[in-house]
Design a protein around this ligand. Structure first.
Ligand SMILES: Cc1cc2nc3c(=O)[nH]c(=O)nc-3n(C[C@H](O)[C@H](O)[C@H](O)COP(=O)(O)OP(=O)(O)OC[C@H]3O[C@@H](n4cnc5c(N)ncnc54)[C@H](O)[C@@H]3O)c2cc1C
Length: 423
């Protein structure tokens, strides 16, 4: 194998190119980055970058010299199509890259509401450009708020976007981990925050209803208005925000709910999940269900592997096809896909991808950590600490067998509990 192309310069793509070089691959290696920046990490965007604690440059995985030392060619441009028969990736500028081996790591993009995204003041959060726009919207709103104490203890003053001395009003559509992290950041800046979600508790898909209720209580204690069990019908603009008629010259003024009420808003974040970035693979012949469908070894076709948020695989551990949108998983998949691509080329044994999933979320001073599979039929028991005490470890069991552990500000305890799941 002389020529490998990795498409997608996120956590999975960077792990893949580093593993290829560490594994002895000396041929031509290109990393196609869909964004103009050097590859960067996403978790800090909704935390340290949004609050202003970190400069965005700090999210870079590596400096340019690192890729030069590895002899990895960074290609800034988007892949537009894949011709698997001729082993060619075409970029949006028409440039073509041939390959012997390909790793697909194009991640996901935010899911959008059916309409309303053209209104000024409506945001999504996936990349650096998004966080820059959201941060400046928050700064404008909080800098204009009258005598609002920020989490850092500073005081802001002035007028709001809504033209009075009340704090700027942020509405977050979607109470998943991203929405709740942004709610915490916005409260820290002194903004008035409402979160709306049709499900009964925040983060219910990630932590279940019991811990979801604790997340709701945490945010309510910080002054966030958490409105669960209620859906959004449309985003309202100053000019009426008629479906399909919105444009960027119109500005969002509220979020209409399915009980007939409207929550006033100066700024809206839509955080309702994500969809795999697979459009460029249409017609490639690869299996594209919920993401790029891989086998146990992360192989999508001979010489073609996929990794990270974009890829699904049949999990031996869980006996079903899974696709995971978490940071640690992206790196682990990038490493495994790269090793298996090299092994395939040399006739070596392929490694089964079978990790124990892990994710974390930071909200205010709370660190939530979840190891394992926490689906709806698991029941949690608090094994140590208490919800009221603000520190606890919960073990989720299915038919009496531990399937996940959740730590709430209990990082030091987690390695011991993780062993429960590894048997
Ligand atoms: C704001 C935010 C906060 C998060 N916080 C946490 C957290 O606290 N804990 C946690 O476990 N996980 C968190 N995650 C999830 C985690 O960041 C992702 O799981 C991880 O980034 C996935 O890495 P990836 O390489 O698969 O995809 P990505 O990081 O999305 O990288 C994919 C890259 O491919 C590029 N691309 C897309 N299409 C093309 C194309 N056609 N051609 C070329 N390039 C293309 C994209 O521009 C992008 O640069 C967070 C995600 C976000 C957005």
């Amino acid at each position: 194998m002389d020529n490998i192309v990795v498409v997608g310069g996120g956590a999975a793509g960077v792990a893949a190119v580093e593993t290829l070089r560490a594994g002895g691959f000396c041929g031509s290696l290109a990393l196609v980055c869909g964004e103009p920046e050097l590859p960067y990490d996403r978790p800090p965007l909704s935390k340290q970058v949004l609050t202003g604690a970190w400069d965005p440059d700090r999210t870079r995985f590596r400096e340019a010299s690192h890729y030069a030392q590895l002899n990895v060619r960074l290609v800034h441009g988007a892949a537009r199509s894949l011709d698997a028969a001729s082993r060619t990736v075409e970029l949006s500028d028409g440039y073509r890259l041939g390959y012997d081996g390909l790793i697909i790591a194009t991640g996901v993009r935010p899911r959008l509401l059916p309409s309303g995204h053209d209104l000024a003041g409506v945001h999504v959060l996936r990349g650096l450009a998004d966080v820059a726009a959201l941060r400046s919207a928050f700064e404008a709103a909080s800098g204009n708020a009258a005598s609002v104490n920020t989490a850092s203890g500073n005081t802001a003053s002035g007028n709001t976007a809504s033209g009075n001395n009340a704090p700027g009003r942020v509405v977050i559509v979607g109470a998943g981990f991203l929405g709740m992290e942004v709610a915490a950041a916005a409260r820290g800046l002194g903004l008035h925050v409402t979160v709306v979600d049709p499900l009964p508790e925040p983060m219910i898909r990630q932590v279940g209803p019991v811990i979801g209720a604790a997340v709701a209580a945490l945010h309510r204690g910080q002054g966030v208005v958490v409105r669960t069990g209620i859906g959004v019908t449309r985003l309202v603009g100053a000019a009426g925000g008629l479906d399909g008629a919105a444009d960027r010259s119109d500005r969002v003024t509220g979020v209409a709910l399915d009980d007939g009420s409207t929550v006033p808003a100066d700024c809206v974040l839509v955080a309702i999940g994500a969809v795999p970035e697979t459009e460029w693979l249409a017609g490639s012949g690869l299996g594209l269900g919920n993401g790029v469908e891989c086998d146990l070894f992360l192989r999508a076709a001979p010489g073609v592997y996929a990794a990270g948020d974009v890829a699904s695989w049949p999990s031996p551990r869980y006996q079903r096809r899974v696709r995971i949108e978490h940071r640690m998983n992206a790196t682990e998949m990038g490493i495994c896909a790269a090793k298996n691509l090299l092994s395939e080329a040399t006739g070596g044994e392929l490694e089964t991808f079978d990790p124990l999933p892990y994710f974390w979320s930071d909200q205010y001073k709370v660190k939530l950590q979840v190891h394992g599979d926490l689906s709806a039929d698991c029941t949690p028991t608090i094994e140590e600490g208490s919800v009221e005490g603000g520190k606890f470890v919960a073990v989720f069991r299915r038919d009496g067998v531990p399937s996940a552990v959740l730590g709430w500000s209990s990082a030091a305890r987690m390695p011991g509990y993780r062993k429960l799941l590894l048997g």
